[in-house]
Design a protein around this ligand. Structure first.
Ligand SMILES: C[S@@+](CC[C@H](N)C(=O)[O-])C[C@H]1O[C@@H](n2cnc3c(N)ncnc32)[C@H](O)[C@@H]1O
Length: 236
């Protein structure tokens, strides 16, 4: 059960409760994400954040790009109501504590929209849905940088499968919650499984799993479980 009186106050007065962006990333990971965006500021393709919670990181990252003259499409995908029950059940088998089950539930698309507008980020697009089952036509055709921050095995793995084929040459996906030791036990094995299946290098930076599409490797050719796109080496 949601604590309704508290949720009501948050729903009616979100900008009073969170007058400034609340960033959900650890500082060193925020640095890495911002640097990934900066290094790819001239790369075409949208920035996608899967798992944006209340939009604190999105507002901060988008504002950096906008303030420095590198305005890009910034798309946030979230259930806006926390975890999908069956996906959390799977992570309990990995060892994620059941106390985390109800994290992020006191949220809504409306709250995040109002917060982002208040932070001066009206241009950020919000897509509500489960990344594992969302209509793929809603995802941007080309993605330059993706922060995948959904904490659990299933949406991390499915998110990678859906984003990677759209990743621009030189693009990067950063998967949060992948240190060796964490209570979020599912993201790291999901990242490793995806890399192993596609024979991609496994690389961890600041506790995040990194997926890159090197320049010279075009997207939209490999089939990943029925998704008809992916890497193809281009002649020089
Ligand atoms: C750790 S929070 C994200 C924090 C955010 N990136 C930030 O830095 O402020 C995780 C988010 O993932 C979302 N989420 C969990 N499972 C999801 C799924 N299957 N599809 C989409 N979003 C999901 C939750 O609703 C929650 O808002």
């Amino acid at each position: 059960m949601l604590e309704y009186p508290k949720f009501l106050v948050k729903s009616i007065f979100p900008t009073k409760v969170w007058p400034h962006p609340v960033i959900g990333l650890q500082p060193e990971r925020l640095y890495w994400y911002m640097d990934a965006l900066w290094q790819r500021r001239d790369l075409s393709g949208a920035v996608v954040e899967i798992g944006c919670h209340r939009g604190g990181t999105a507002a901060t990252a988008f504002s950096m790009l906008k303030r420095t003259g590198h305005l890009k499409r910034y798309v946030c995908i979230d259930t806006f109501s926390g975890f999908v029950t069956s996906q959390f059940d799977r992570d309990q088998e990995h060892g994620t504590p059941s106390a985390s089950r109800r994290f992020f539930t006191d949220n809504s698309e409306g709250i995040v929209r109002r917060l982002l507008n208040h932070y001066g980020c009206e241009e950020i697009e919000l897509i509500p849905g489960d990344i594992a089952s969302i209509d793929e036509a809603l995802l941007p055709e080309a993605i330059s940088v993706c922060l995948l921050d959904v904490d659990l095995d299933v949406p991390t793995y499915d998110g990678l499968k859906r984003v990677y084929p759209r990743l621009a040459e030189g693009g990067m996906i950063l998967v949060d919650d992948c240190p060796e030791k964490t209570t979020w036990a599912g993201a790291r094995p999901a990242y490793r499984r995806f890399c192993d299946e596609l024979d991609l290098p496994v690389r961890f930076e600041m506790g995040m799993g990194i997926v890159e599409r090197p320049r010279g490797i075009s997207s939209r050719r490999t089939r990943i479980d029925g998704i008809s796109s992916g890497p193809e080496t281009r002649p020089a």
